[in-house]
Write a protein that binds this ligand. Structure first.
Ligand code: PA5
Length: 451
């Protein structure tokens, strides 16, 4: 139905099973209004729209500062532990996994400094095993928290800082720790000032889930050895494209309108589908972006993600045949980086000689196409986003494409896409149960529920 080519990323809505082109077109004035609300910063949460013009505002000096800091960490460290949770972790993880070697973790002689993550959970075994893995390796820390007070990363940082200081002393640790946090507020800012850490600022007007193109994402990605300039360039191209007010030239506008038309027609669940295992964490990043932005006031498309063909053997049945409340958005990568050709086998006991001479990706593409046809036949509306390859530039385009669509989509839905009031509820209960000073009343209240 719609198909655009925007500097290589393409978005298309290839079937009209549930909503017709006319129905989506009818939404255009509303979608254009939502776009205007984002671009003119005139809606709810407008103090968190710093991400909109961020790509074009990133200077060469800033990129150089990030690169130099990354190089200094690479020089001193075999492993850099990135500490953060939610928006302070998922963007970097998504890009690093998408660009990296799937077996990096198992290689004894890594080609470059390894980036590992902590503070994204409260797993005691995880932290024990991380400390054990660090063993006698030279390591550094990038600690990321906008608020500077989030419990999960704060615990991980206390443990790792303590370990690092034991090994290389306080001054040595300070040379191997970089803090990314608010310009002036929060415990992490205070600690960084007192200990003399190198710091980068998370702008006030950029929320966690929109922060991958700030130092939050860019520094870990640079430490892992990837080209952050190309990532930003890709985002810049998409920033320019997504100010257009017509469907034909603005893929974010088109995607936002299509998913809202589907939601209004009863499709309450969107499944982001990939056919490349390297995109697993891209799906996690996307789930946070849309989940935290839209799930509020009793509304919102539930964001789910699957990795195919793996999940065709687990979730495939439900998607094909379960309750028809879903639609899917496939992120397709046109070409893999490497070629593996299926060999001929004289005995042909597995009966696979009909595939001999074909590349593995050729088989994967047929799985993708065959599944899309099957899902369309099974009444699953199917949207398609295509990028040419897993490269920094195209990932930059993809990130900004989804961010811009998320802002437009949230306003179309009628929510403030830039707050997350619901995230506080678990923290209040956890602090009450842990008897944190200041939570005495909540502690007394919650204890009654324990019987
Ligand atoms: O998107 C968000 O705002 C959240 O996911 C935060 O990024 C997450 O809670 C971590 O917060 P902080 O960076 O303040 O530690």
């Amino acid at each position: 139905m719609f198909k655009q080519t925007m500097d290589k990323l393409q978005f298309s809505n290839t079937n009209s099973l549930v909503v017709s082109a006319e129905e989506i077109n009818a939404l255009l004035p509303e979608a254009q209004n939502a776009l205007k609300t984002v671009d003119e910063a005139s809606g709810a949460g407008n103090d968190f729209l710093g991400w909109v013009n961020l790509p074009s505002e990133i200077t060469d000096e800033h990129i150089e500062d990030l690169r130099a800091t990354a190089a200094s960490l690479q020089e001193k460290c075999e492993v850099v532990v990135c500490i953060g949770i939610g928006g302070s972790y998922l963007g970097a993880k998504a890009v690093i996994e998408a660009l990296g070697d799937s077996f990096a973790a198992y290689r004894h002689e890594p080609k470059s400094t390894k980036v590992v993550f902590a503070g994204q959970n409260i797993g005691e075994d995880y932290l024990y095993e991380l400390l054990d893995y660090l063993g006698d390796k030279k390591f550094g820390i990038v600690v990321i928290s906008k608020s500077g007070t989030t419990t999960e990363p704060a615990i991980a940082f206390r443990l790792l800082k303590n370990e690092l200081e034991k090994r290389v002393g306080k001054a040595g640790a300070a040379e191997r720790i970089v803090a990314i946090t608010d310009a002036s507020r929060g415990a992490l800012r205070q600690m960084a000032t007192e200990e003399g850490y190198k710091t980068f600022v998370i702008p006030d007007n950029v929320g966690g889930r929109f922060s991958v193109l700030t130092p939050v994402g860019l520094l870990p990605i640079a430490v892992a050895g990837y080209d952050i300039k190309a990532l930003v360039d890709g985002a810049r191209a998409m920033q320019a494209a997504t100010t257009a007010t017509d469907y034909a030239s603005n893929p974010s506008l088109c995607y936002a309108a299509t998913r809202n038309a589907l939601y209004r027609a009863g499709r309450k669940i969107e499944i982001l589908v990939n056919y490349n295992p390297k995109l697993h964490f891209f799906g996690e990043w996307w789930k946070q972006l849309y989940g935290e932005s839209e799930g509020k006031d009793g509304k919102g498309i539930f964001p789910a993600a699957v990795d195919n063909s793996t999940d065709l053997h687990s979730m495939g049945q439900w998607i094909q045949d379960g309750e028809r409340t879903i639609f899917e958005t496939v992120v397709s990568v046109e070409a893999p980086d490497r070629e593996v050709i299926i060999p001929t086998d004289d005995a042909n006991l597995d009966g696979l000689n009909f595939l001999a001479g074909k590349s593995v990706d050729n088989v994967n593409k047929m799985a993708e196409l065959g599944t899309r046809f099957a899902h369309i036949d099974g009444n699953v509306p199917n949207l398609l986003v295509t990028i040419p390859a897993l490269r920094e530039k195209y990932l930059g385009e993809l990130i900004y494409f989804f961010e811009k669509a998320c802002g437009i989509s949230g306003y179309l839905l009628g929510v403030n896409p830039f707050n997350q009031p619901g995230v506080e509820n678990y923290k209040r209960n956890m602090f009450a149960l842990l008897e944190k000073p200041g939570y005495e009343a909540q502690t007394a209240e919650i204890k009654k529920r324990l019987g």
